[in-house]
Design a protein around this ligand. Structure first.
Ligand SMILES: NC(=O)c1ccc[n+]([C@@H]2O[C@H](COP(=O)([O-])OP(=O)(O)OC[C@H]3O[C@@H](n4cnc5c(N)ncnc54)[C@H](O)[C@@H]3O)[C@@H](O)[C@H]2O)c1
Ligand SMILES: C[C@@H](O)[C@H](N)C(=O)O
Length: 344
């Protein structure tokens, strides 16, 4: 089978590898749709994210969906032919965090496309059957792949306890910001302000229902939020850009007693902000890391038509064109590229 492999010298090329066979508790999935995530592009450009370094060949991709073509001996044969999305992080199932149900914090997680764990840009992937979720008929394989970034958004909304009638500011109109916007809308937020520095992305956010968009390269975000909320501030801020200036504005734009969720990762891990402001205004500040127990909810939301994920895809490409697709994904206007293996 063909697999797209990133080498330590950052060449992304197709290789022939043996098709996987399933372990007893696994399914083998013929991949159909695989999204290109910002972290894939980061590995492609820099060969590392923090301490995770591409020092041996790595298969990228962790937003994936396809069809089950084989099952291990402990898995029901009826699953062959099922359309599934794969949850890319499989925890150890034994540690304290797994026991508490907070399995996204498991230190021994296997996470696709995070060195040294291979990902999904391959014709076939073997994966634990309980981390392969069936997709209902009305949910497409592209949507199935995008359950992953939608899950990041759902976890963010849950962390901040977003509720009916809340006003929310999202900083950053990448896939995470846009899908966090979907998640908070589904949770009942009635007013969503979103910011970015790329006009095309703000236009997309407006088309997708943002009540107010703010180009922070031209406008003062805090003044815009003040004006929109009569000086009160928003109930919740979701920082989804990873841009250090956006973090301080998150604390300035939230109302007294409100919540700030940090999901964007600072390039160097440094995010300066005024801690007195958190104390004086009694803010709740949350970190949000990946997700847990979100796949069933995300699939239900998609099946109900309560969220739109497919609308963030701006181009598709075949596996043969994966390198060109990654180069296109680097352009600032691109939100999401999708690798499709249809009919190949
Ligand atoms: N915590 C987690 O579990 C988790 C999961 C996935 C991604 N992330 C992180 O979340 C962030 C967003 O991910 P993404 O895939 O959407 O990335 P992205 O790069 O596609 O989107 C970030 C957006 O922020 C915009 N931006 C830049 N400066 C800004 C500013 N000052 N104010 C507002 N917007 C600004 C960019 O133009 C871009 O549109 C990244 O830092 C990523 O590493 C975290
Ligand atoms: C959660 C996932 O989307 C993210 N890119 C990560 O690797 O953590």
């Amino acid at each position: 089978m063909r697999v797209a492999v990133l080498s330590p010298d950052l060449e992304l090329t197709l290789e022939e590898r043996d098709r996987p066979t399933p372990a007893a508790d696994e399914v083998v999935v013929r991949m159909r749709s695989i999204g290109i995530c910002g972290s894939d592009v980061h590995y492609y450009e820099h060969g590392r994210i923090g301490d995770y370094v591409v020092d041996s060949p790595l298969v990228l991709g962790h937003e994936s969906a396809g069809e089950v073509v084989a099952v291990g001996e402990d898995v029901d044969d009826a699953r062959v032919g099922e359309r599934v999305t794969l949850e890319p992080g499989v925890p150890c199932r034994r540690c304290e965090h797994c026991s508490r149900g907070e399995y996204n914090l498991c230190p021994d997680v296997t996470f696709m496309a995070t060195p040294p764990d291979d990902g999904a840009f391959a014709e076939y992937v073997a994966w634990p059957a309980d981390f392969a979720y069936a997709l209902p008929d009305g949910v497409s394989l592209d949507e199935g792949a995008l359950v992953e970034p939608l899950s990041v958004g759902i976890h963010v909304a849950r962390r901040a306890n977003v509720g009916v009638g809340d006003s929310v500011l999202v900083t950053g109109c990448g896939p995470i910001g846009l899908l966090a916007m979907e998640a908070v809308r589904a949770a009942g937020a009635t007013e969503v302000v979103i910011s970015d520095v790329v006009p095309e992305k703000l236009t997309l956010a407006e088309e997708r229902g943002a009540d107010l968009t703010v180009d922070v390269s031209e406008e003062d975000l805090v003044a815009a939020v003040d004006e929109a909320t009569d000086g009160r501030g928003v109930d919740v801020v979701i920082e989804a850009s990873g841009a250090p200036p956006a973090v301080q504005s998150a604390f300035d734009a939230v109302r007294r007693g409100g919540s700030v969720v940090l999901v964007g990762l600072a390039p160097d891990g440094e995010m300066p902000f005024d801690t007195n402001e958190i104390i004086d205004n009694e803010l709740d500040v949350f970190g949000s890391f990946r997700y847990r127990n979100t796949y069933p909810a995300a699939i239900d939301l998609l099946a109900d038509g309560a969220v739109d994920v497919a609308g963030i895809v701006d181009f598709e490409a075949g596996l043969d064109d994966v390198d060109a697709a990654f180069r296109r994904a680097q352009e600032p206007e691109t939100v999401k590229g999708m690798i499709r293996l249809d009919g190949e």
